[in-house]
Design a protein around this ligand. Sequence first.
Ligand code: URA
Length: 274
Amino acid sequence: MDSRFRGNDVTFGAAKRRMTERVPLRLTHMQERLQKIIAEAGITSRRKAEELIVQGRVSVNGQVVSELGSKADPARDRIAVDGKPLKRSRRRLYLLLNKPPGYVSTVSDPQHRPTVISLVRNIKERVYPVGRLDFHSSGLMLLTNDGELANFLMSPKSGVPRTYHVKLEGQAAEEDIKKLETGIVLDGRRTAPCQIQLLASDEKPWYEVTLVEGRYHQVRRMFERIGQEVLKLKRVRIAFLTDHGLAPGQFRELKTAEVNRLKNWRGGRSGASG
Ligand code: URA
């Protein structure tokens, strides 16, 4: 054994034994990955938190930490992002909002347009939109300060279906609809298979579209590909959540069982809880 590893019995073997013997590690078992702590504080998603770390914008006890995988103890360490100390959010909050058209689904807008956050009144916690709905689109959005769940719901692996009602400029050919259902290439990647159903066959027909992914302007760009402009777009369902009882502009808190069901969502099937 290299003598450099022997001081204070901190040998490789001893460290390994400690790991395998499951001796409680008093000093380290409260340590969590920094990106997890930042996400749980509701600052941003875990992936974005990783970017903040790499960019050198995160400090622990006054020291900049830019290495991914670094850990800290959220209860004891002073963690700051851009010099601002992180506050552990007192409670996790999960809101379902029925967004009206004419609102941006971001926290702030450089063009000073109204944001979805301005609709969430009498809520002390800072919440963040999970994903996006275009300015002109309407319908359901989740807002939360639980970065972990937000990250999960936005990741393709969650497979959470979102259903939209879409009004088109004109009639679409059946074979074009089939093409979209099978998948088309957008930004060099094939879209996942989706379901499209005719709801009302007017001159300007309505379709119901269910996607299990959420790419940038996906519905509008899919229909554009078959030469159809989307005139109206409304998200009517996220997984099992509907707009039942929620007028445009209104929001409600999710029930614990609903939150658990979302957390346990796996590729189109929800878990046992809820
Ligand atoms: N697809 C779009 O094109 N826009 C939305 O707002 C949501 C999905």
